[in-house]
Design a protein around this ligand. Sequence first.
Ligand code: ADP
Ligand code: MG
Length: 395
Amino acid sequence: MLNKLNVEGLDVKGKRVLVRCDFNVPLNEKLEITDDTRITGAMPTIKYLADNGAKVILCSHMGKPKGNPVPELSLAPVAKSISKKLGKEVVFAPDDTVVGDNAKKAVSEMADGDVVLLENTRYRAEETKNVDAFSEELALLADLFVNDAFGTAHRAHCSNVGVTKYVKPAAAGYLIEKEIQFLGNAVNAPVRPLVAVLGGSKVSSKISVIENLLKKVDKLIIGGGMAYTFFAAQGKTTGTSLLEPDYIEYAKKMLEEAGDKIVLPVDTVVAEKFDNDAPSKVVEGNIPDGFMGLDIGPKSIELFKSVLKDAKTVVWNGPMGVFEMPNFANGTNEIAAMLAELDAKTIIGGGDSVAAVNQAGLGDKMSHISTGGGASMEFLEGKDLPGIVALTDAE
Ligand code: ADP
Ligand code: MG
């Protein structure tokens, strides 16, 4: 599937291997990591390299320090977390320029199997502009390069793309491999029927996803706020629901072309205010004046379940309602519960969908939860991801 060199294709013993990970994890006020999913995701590659005698030099961005050394966005807490998971000390190299004297010293003192973590790559303004000079400085620290940061694979930055100009070969880590294997097979070589469930707030932000997926799926379920623009296209009233008037014509065209491939909600949980405590009711068809749709209704849940029942592959991107409000999370939770039970490959991509599934405690019941919201979305749009294109082709 992924026609790129992977870590196992590298001769790493005694070599300095620069590994770009996605350690962009959330921190609380005490600078403690509140969700270490991304660190856990990077461990197989780190372990493999350390166990095979590489000198493992880790790098990542965190948050948006915008080219300045912002202490609250230091990767120091990440070094501690990796040390714990690895059962061996990871040396953190605090360095305002990321690749300065501290970093060079830490790398020069490494023994085979040691692990060093560099400081937040976005302390450098060049990082997100993919400026050659910083890419080369990073590359000079290493003999080989591995990219395992799926979450930034849709961006061309120094530490994932630029650096591959100066250090070769460049291989994919296990996490990137796994992401591409699941997302790629689901979309390009699925066990059928393939059903996609799309939701979230806007049609406009997911047009390319809709278009690309319509070509591939057997059924496309549309829920969430984006359903109302399709309601309008069907001639239904939408009250004060989210609506994108500029996209009604587009939705009409999609419905004409896709026929019964597109499955829309048949009833809606509505309220007069965008508020968890607003009194709500279920309406079928039209949404009355003064009311907004905040979740799919019980008949829609049944309809969607009947479509999902026979699916062998499901790709889900975007919640079915305003799941952040408990009173309007039912549709999203019901679909999550259904997918958890389903005898099918279930792939969840999209930051909020992943949050919803985890909030429901069903993360480990899914076949694959993507670690990259934006990257998985661009993948579903059928785009090439620069962080992957830049890697060395497999023989
Ligand atoms: P993802 O991150 O999974 O790709 P999106 O970012 O596209 O999902 O959409 C998630 C957002 O959509 C959530 O904040 C959710 O509250 C919102 N949303 C879903 N349904 C509705 C609705 N009916 N009205 C308003 N917002 C909605
Ligand atoms: Mg989102």
